[in-house]
Write a protein that binds this ligand. Sequence first.
Ligand code: CA
Length: 516
Amino acid sequence: MKYTRPLIITLPAMLAACQPGAEQPAERPNIIFIFSDDHATHAIGAYGPKNNNPELHKHVITPALDKLAAEGMLFENVFCTNSICGPSRAAILTGKHSHFNGMLRNDTIFDGSQQTFPKLFQEGGYKTAWIGKWHLFSDPTGFDDWAILTQWGQQGTYYNPIFGTSEGTKEPETGYTATLITDRAIDWLEQNRDGSRPFFLAYSHKTPHREWVPGPDEYDLYKDIDLPVPANFFDDYSNRSSAATMQEMEIARHMNERDLKLVPPAYLNEEQLAMFMEAYGPENEAFEEANLQGDELALWKYQRYVKDFLRSVTSMDKEIGRLLDYLEESGLAENTVVIYSSDQGFFLGDHGWYDKRWMYEESLRMPFIARWPGVTEPGSRNSHIVQNIDFAGTFLDMAGLPIPGDMQSLSMVPLLKGDEPEKWREYAYYHYYAYPDWHMVKPHYGIRCDRYKLIHYYTLDEWELFDLERDPDEMHSVYPDPEYSDLVSFLKEELERTRVAEGDTVEMSAPSRHYR
Ligand code: CA
């Protein structure tokens, strides 16, 4: 569907528009979509403490995101459809589940010829740009300007990135990548934005994706303290499906030397390497000497990991703050919607894990904070169930552009206005496909409502049901519990109904070539 401005304005309409007091259409807002990679909500101050590790919250340093939340609306229950980088990005761009947009796994190449919201923004008169991590392998489409990270299969590196651009250039730069992405975003706002029309800018960080390298000023954070450990760090995975015992994403067993900073990244220059070695060298020597084993070794790895994760988050938050300051100083803040989100959540030692992929809370939940001056109530929170497929329709609706009928988006605009929509989604629908793949998480689909979550590991023919009110950390599936048998039957029907409604109707729709 193509948006076109009406070419003929009737005389009565013109006269009506000129009447004193006639309502003028509001100026269409600019939109800045601040996007990051793997940023769990329990690593954002504004989201508050998390049940299984409440003390960690005191150590999370995200003043810029907290300020954004204080000035806007924070969404507590935004869930992805498929908790892995490329598929989440594709769902956001298209407003469609993986089985419709074709991006089932990270190794799929995104079909950029299909309808995406940025193309509709262009047709609707917006100037569009994407700056930073892209990670969909095909060139960005729907953007007037783009500059994306190219190294490591488009994961990008924490220092010294090479940007591939819409001009066809490859531009190596020296410095911390989050800083350089921010420089480019501000530069675009200053130099390349077309002041005569509104814009959509995606300002997209690679942080805090694995392998979590802090910026130059954050290496020393948490230097001489131990961070709190999740209550379920030493999970034995009992009372759940066998899938939980088959994964390869345990901090204790599956992190490599690069993750743990026992070897430096190869992309650092001499000066950066010296800084890295100063930060980690003495600690690494002490670690080698101590020859830790068992739980002590696992906890050492946890400390190294979670500190680096939070350091990287703070480095990124500082850059986000710099962009927000620029918006204030330039006067752009007034008519610009600013959104913060990340492609999915992440485990921070919960269940003993890092990474994502699961339909469990830590990786299913995405941050979503929106500041829309004059629309969002400052400091407000919303608990409706939203999915990343809703972002596309929401952005279009914010810009006054129609939402195509084949998008699976519900517009969040009524929620942002503080209205209670008459109808809203009761369930988040989820489907993870990538197996075998990194971390060996079995394929599964399921639904989550406000209290319960039903998951089907269909290649194992095993199920899990969690009562999130009684068991928020998902430690005990009540699927076999007779007390829940009626609920199991009901939710199985609801899952099937939701699957059909979302169009995922082919059993194990388009499984990967590795499917078994
Ligand atoms: Ca990601």
